[in-house]
Design a protein around this ligand. Sequence first.
Ligand code: ZN
Length: 71
Amino acid sequence: MQQFESFRASSLYCNKCSKAMPVREKLLLVLPDKEIYDYLCTGCASSLGQREVTAGDRPAPPRARRRPGIF
Ligand SMILES: [Zn+2]
């Protein structure tokens, strides 16, 4: 079972390698309110899990949103 709550994994169990392996964090997807990272085994490069980073976990970007021009 893989559980990803709020901790950052530095090594995860890899089924292919049959042991806990250090993982590489790869930015998988960027959404307006969160980013999704993929954890890849450094031994066989298979995906061992994913982590979502919501906007609340990092400094909020400056609000640059403009309203549509309605005059
Ligand atoms: Zn592996």
